[in-house]
Design a protein around this ligand. Structure first.
Ligand code: COA
Length: 260
């Protein structure tokens, strides 16, 4: 399916999905939220896709938030639908069962920070800026920001960022655990591509098991979380990739995982 606001390209098991609205700093309107939902459903069902990289087009922004023009005209009912649609789209990413890397080159504000936080790994340029500035518009975050920031960075930082709306730089985001890695702007693609390639060459059933245990188990009590882990671990032992990985270790060679 062709998208009006997204670009997509596949290479070596990695699907790159790019939000392509640079004149509005890739702000998320209803249409983009719908397209992202479909694009990630397609990535889920395509066995050739092992990893997704999510990026924004242009140099200035990953995503500068929800579309304020749409927000300004929203009734409470429309705002409720918009919030739920954004939350569902981001849950769909978080629960994809395949690793998703956010490539963050500039502003990741409001819905942009929320979108980055539902990805599993975040590689940021040292020039990136993060924040939940919704308070300055007289609203709360609406796409999961209060909940994911709380879980990633803790209550103190979540309250500070959401209550003040003050942006933070990449170094502070790294210190808070909001990003995985910060790199020089000119190294961003190299680092993202290397990480994506590493994951694309890993055993996909094991990756899915780790994602399930950490993402879903993390929302449950420890008994349920440990059960996710045990089920995933046992399931991996039914795969050819597990035989390959253990044999390769014993034979002192590099494993080659084929996804079976
Ligand atoms: N929604 C809709 N349009 C947005 C947008 C958003 N969240 N963020 C930026 N844009 C648009 C601007 O209106 C402008 O459009 P125009 O050229 O047609 O006037 C264009 O993108 C470029 O943005 P501009 O503000 O001119 O760039 P800047 O470099 O001066 O400032 C930001 C960059 C990110 C600091 C500023 O755009 C901003 O504060 N954006 C809103 C951030 C926000 O509050 N996000 C949470 C939304 S809930």
């Amino acid at each position: 399916m062709a998208f009006r606001n997204l670009l997509s390209a596949d290479h070596g098991g990695v699907r790159r999905i790019i939000i392509n609205r640079p004149d509005k700093l890739n702000a998320l309107n209803r249409e983009i939220i719908g397209e992202l939902h479909i694009a990630f459903d397609q990535a889920r069902h395509d066995d050739s896709v092992r990893v997704v990289v999510l990026a924004g087009s242009g140099e200035k922004a990953f995503v500068a938030g929800a579309d304020i023009t749409e927000l300004a005209a929203a009734t409470p009912q429309q705002a409720q639908q918009f919030s739920r649609a954004g939350q569902q789209m981001m849950l769909n990413i978080e629960r994809l069962g395949k690793p998703v890397i956010a490539r963050i080159q500039g502003f990741a504000l409001g819905g942009g920070m929320e979108l980055a936080m539902c990805c599993h790994l975040r590689i940021a340029s040292e020039k990136a800026k993060f924040g939940q500035p919704e308070i300055n518009l007289g609203v709360t975050p609406g796409f999961g920001g209060t909940q994911r920031l709380l879980r990633l960075a803790g209550r103190g930082a979540a309250l500070e960022l959401c209550l003040t709306g003050t942006p933070i730089d990449a170094a502070r985001a790294l210190a808070l655990g909001v990003v995985t890695r910060v790199v020089a702007a000119e190294k961003l693609d190299e680092e993202v591509d290397a990480l994506a390639a590493q994951l694309a060459n890993s055993a996909p059933h094991a990756l899915a098991g780790i994602l399930n245990a950490i993402v879903l188990g993390g929302e449950s009590n420890i008994d349920v979380g440990l059960d996710y882990e045990t089920q995933a671990f046992a399931l991996c032992c039914a795969t050819a990739d597990m035989r390959e990985g253990t044999s390769a270790f014993l034979e002192r060679r590099k494993p080659s995982f084929n996804g079976n």
